[in-house]
Design a protein. Structure first.
Length: 277
């Protein structure tokens, strides 16, 4: 089998990988849940390539992301739910339907009119979706209600921020940031109690509550939590790289270095940052 610019070749490759006996053992044991983290990771890698303006990487990462779509579609086809062609048909139908000013007759000739038209079409699609879900016996719908416009597909930090912003529109919000700090202290206490009790599920629950409260304080002080954490991640990378570099200069390795040694180098990295302003 050779590479090709035709999407059908990629579909054939995935089918071969998922063929029992002759396929790839790793690919064969995967399901939607096990592949989901890779799908999210590939989307982030696409975003990273865009941020770095690296077109070579972007081309490759878009291919990896497309592979995820084909993978999910193949598993759905095996289960008799839908196939890749159905995915393509669904999105093309949606785009044609939402752009009657391009593909059909419409009076929407300004950006504002297009947005109104777009929202009206989306409402029609939501009603149709609700009918399909009801026919399949699916009752819980996170897309319904006042918070339904906040997508669950976003990173958890972003979803938390959007949920809080949405709830604040109807007054469900703290008036000042100080009470949120009290809430954070309360969540820390509850997390300590869960840790002491040795209940993993409770620990996870309380940790989530603490992070949610941290997002809330960030929102109130005008600091986007995603950007704040990304900045901290960058800082951590820089300081840890200093540790690794200094150890290498001394002929030491990360694996052999003691925690105390690494902590001293970490503090040295912080001192250098302070000197540089």
């Amino acid at each position: 089998m050779e590479a090709s610019k035709d999407i059908s070749r990629l579909i054939e490759i995935m089918a071969a990988l998922r063929t029992p006996v002759t396929g790839c053992p790793w690919d064969l044991e995967q399901d939607f849940a096990s592949i989901k983290p890779y799908t999210i990771e590939e989307a982030y890698e696409v975003a990273d390539a865009i941020e770095r303006n690296d077109m070579d990487d972007l081309c490759e990462e878009l291919g990896d992301l497309l592979l995820q779509v084909v993978f999910h579609a193949r598993m759905a086809e095996e289960a008799g739910d839908f196939a890749f062609g159905d995915v393509v048909e669904a999105v093309t139908r949606k785009m044609i339907r939402r752009h009657p000013h391009v593909f059909a007759r419409s009076d929407a000739d300004t950006p504002g009119a297009v947005k109104i038209q777009w929202d009206e079409i989306k409402q029609e699609e939501k009603r149709e979706r609700a009918e399909r879900r009801a026919a399949r016996g699916i009752t819980e719908d996170f897309k319904a209600g006042f918070l339904g416009s906040v997508h669950r597909s976003q990173p958890a930090l972003t979803e938390a921020l959007k949920l809080q912003e949405r709830a604040a529109k109807v007054g469900f919000d703290w008036a000042q940031p100080e009470p949120i700090l009290d809430k954070i202290e309360e969540e820390v206490r509850e997390l300590r109690e869960a840790l002491q009790a040795g209940h993993p599920e409770k620990v996870s629950d309380e940790l989530g509550d603490l992070i949610f409260a941290m997002v809330n304080i960030g929102r109130h002080v005008g600091s986007d939590p995603e950007n704040a954490l990304r900045g901290t991640n960058t800082k951590f990378r820089r300081r840890f790289n200093h540790i690794e570099t200094e150890l290498a200069k001394s002929g030491e390795s990360l694996e052999a270095a003691s925690l105390e040694r690494m902590e001293d180098l970490w503090q040295a990295a912080k001192a250098i940052e302070r000197q540089l302003g």
